[in-house]
Design a protein around this ligand. Structure first.
Ligand SMILES: Nc1ncnc2c1ncn2[C@@H]1O[C@H](COP(=O)(O)OP(=O)(O)OP(=O)(O)O)[C@@H](O)[C@H]1O
Ligand SMILES: [Mg+2]
Length: 215
C-alpha cells in the first residue's frame, strides 16, 4: 500500500532536524496507527534506526551498537556496560549530527528503568550532544509516565511531542480512490486506523471492509 497522508507530521519532524541543537522528539499513538510506517518514511541513509524488543538490556545494547556500526564503523567492537556509556561514547564518536530513531522505546525502559533519567541527563546538556533523538512507543501509559506527566523524567525536554491520530475521511478517500460516500462508509466501520484486520490498509491492495478490492 502506498504511503498516504502524514504530511503535517513529516513537516514537523523535518523542521526539528534543521535545529542547530540536538532535538528530542516523542512520537506516540495507539497500536497499528502508523508510527513505524511514518518513521520508515522519514528515515534517511544518515540516520540510525533501532527497533527495540523485550530481550535483556545487554542484548539490546549489543543490537543497537550493531545498528550504529553502519554509521560509525567499529562501534560494535567495544562493549558498553550501560546505556550512559553507550550514548556518551556514541556522541563522542559521531563526526556530524545524525538522528537516532528508537522504535518501541517502552520495551527498552521495561528492562532498563533508569534509561529515561539517562536521557534526561543527556538532554539537560544537549549542547554537548551530537545526535537528535526520536523516541517512539505505543504504550500510552508508559509514554505518560516517561514524558507527559509533570513528574516524568523527560517532562519538558522534548522539542516536539506528536500523538499520531487516525486518518481522516479526506485521506481515506484519496487512498482508496473511492467516492466520498464510500469513504464515509469505510470510516464509520473502522474509524481510520491505518491497519486493522479486514480494513482497507491490511493487504497490498486496498480492500473494502466487506473484502471487495477497490480499483
Ligand atoms: N501512512 C500510511 N500509508 C499507508 N499505509 C500505512 C500508513 N500508516 C500505516 N500504514 C499501514 O498500516 C499498518 C500498521 O502500521 P504500523 O506498523 O506503522 O503501525 P504502528 O503504529 O507502528 O503499530 P504498532 O504499535 O503495533 O507497532 C502497516 O501495514 C502499514 O503499512
Ligand atoms: Mg510499530
Amino acid at each position: 500500500m502506498d504511503f498516504v497522508n502524514r504530511s503535517n507530521e513529516i513537516n514537523r519532524i523535518e523542521q526539528l532536524r534543521l535545529r542547530d541543537e540536538s532535538a528530542l522528539l516523542i512520537l506516540y499513538g495507539r497500536r497499528r496507527i502508523g508510527k513505524t510506517r511514518l518513521l520508515q518514511r522519514i528515515t534517511n541513509a544518515n540516520d540510525i534506526y533501532f527497533i527495540a524488543d523485550q530481550s535483556e538490556t545487554p542484548l539490546q545494547i549489543r543490537a543497537f551498537a550493531t545498528a550504529v556500526s553502519k554509521q560509525v564503523p567499529g562501534f560494535s567492537r567495544a562493549t558498553y556496560p550501560d546505556w550512559e556509556s553507550f550514548f556518551m561514547t556514541l556522541s563522542e564518536r559521531l563526526k556530524k549530527r545524525v538522528t537516532l530513531i528508537i522504535d518501541e522505546f517502552p520495551y527498552l525502559v521495561k528492562n532498563s528503568p533508569e534509561l529515561p533519567s539517562v536521557i534526561q541527563k543527556l538532554f539537560d546538556n544537549r549542547e554537548e550532544l551530537s545526535f537528535h533523538l526520536f523516541l517512539c512507543g505505543s504504550s500510552q501509559q508508559m509514554m505518560q509516565k516517561l514524558v507527559l506527566d509533570s513528574a516524568a523524567p523527560l517532562y519538558g525536554r522534548a522539542n516536539e511531542t506528536i500523538k499520531l491520530m487516525p486518518m481522516n475521511v479526506y485521506w481515506l478517500k484519496q487512498a482508496l480512490h473511492c467516492s466520498g460516500t464510500e469513504a464515509i462508509e469505510e470510516y464509520s466501520l473502522w474509524g481510520g486506523d491505518s491497519s486493522l484486520l479486514g480494513t482497507p490498509f491490511s493487504g497490498t491492495k486496498p480492500q473494502r471492509c466487506c473484502g471487495k478490492a477497490y480499483p
